[in-house]
Design a protein around this ligand. Sequence first.
Ligand code: 5AD
Ligand code: SF4
Length: 347
Amino acid sequence: MRPEFLAAFERAATGKTLAFEDILALLPATAAERPLLYRLADQVRAQTMGETIYLRGIIEFSNYCSRNCLYCGLRRDNRELVRYRMTGPEIIAAARVAADRGIETIVLQSGEDGGYPAAELARTIKALKAELAVTVTLSAGDRSRADYVLWRQAGADRYLLKHETADARLFSRLRPGTGLAGRLTRLGWLQALGYQTGAGNIVGLPGQTLAMLARDILLLRRLKVTMAGIGPFIAHAATPLAGCPNGDPALTLNVLAVTRLVLPGAYLPATTALASIDPAGREQALQAGANVVMVNMTPPAYREHYFLYPGKAGSTLTPVENLEQILSLIHNLRGRKAGDQDGRANC
Ligand code: 5AD
Ligand code: SF4
């Protein structure tokens, strides 16, 4: 094992605040070092967050997007994609399938779809709160402050806005026409409006370095996020990054585990992207610091069109099959239980 890894590991294990150099020493953990890192992250997760794996039902309600991110299949210039928008009643019906099975948090995700009227989404949020009494998380990208206000007033509880990369130059190169500063301004608005806020980053983006990943983690700490989604880059054939190498699943787990050490109380999902490039990814993530799973509840007629990247895990299963697969995975993890936001086991 590398001496710099052991020194940083020792600081983490004794509860010291990790500095940039410590994070940089932990991130490239080798095959020999990883078991140590993952075990510590698992212990920290157990001590601060307990044994519950929180299930969120995700409904991908629109795949229209006005942005042209180089990595993403929903980008505006992808003409191969069949575009769809779900109506309010369709969203509520999909959420009901999740709520009926004990899932108490619904994540409504879309591309940056300015054509989806904010007021229509607000009506749906109100109906979800009134009829199903679920926690509502939104993940609809950059919108106006007025839209965020409207949705918060309608009852939305949380907002996920991944910062994608904390490197301003890489951000602008991969997300043309937008900047990291604007993203951070929006995260500030969301927090000030009382949303529980989530960010997160992609691991293995072309041009990304370990130092940039260390800065991703430090940014998450500075933002004091409640949640952080960390998944590998997956090359999509209909994007300008076609043919680029995918992110490394082991490095993704390292980033996740170090994030757990730096943010002991955060909700960290075992991401669908990781499960998509590594069949054991979800299980490994749940044993390396993760404590959340997003269950895809998008109706089968639409889900194949929410094509962010190829091989998306669970995309051929129905919502209920998806849930059952995840419950059985959790069942096989000793000592863990699936639960709702209060930590009561519900499945
Ligand atoms: N690889 C990995 N993650 C991706 N996302 C979009 N495209 C890709 C890709 N090719 C992620 C982004 C976005 C979320 C909806 O999906 O992080 O925030
Ligand atoms: Fe649109 Fe988000 Fe994909 Fe960018 S990452 S193209 S904003 S859906």
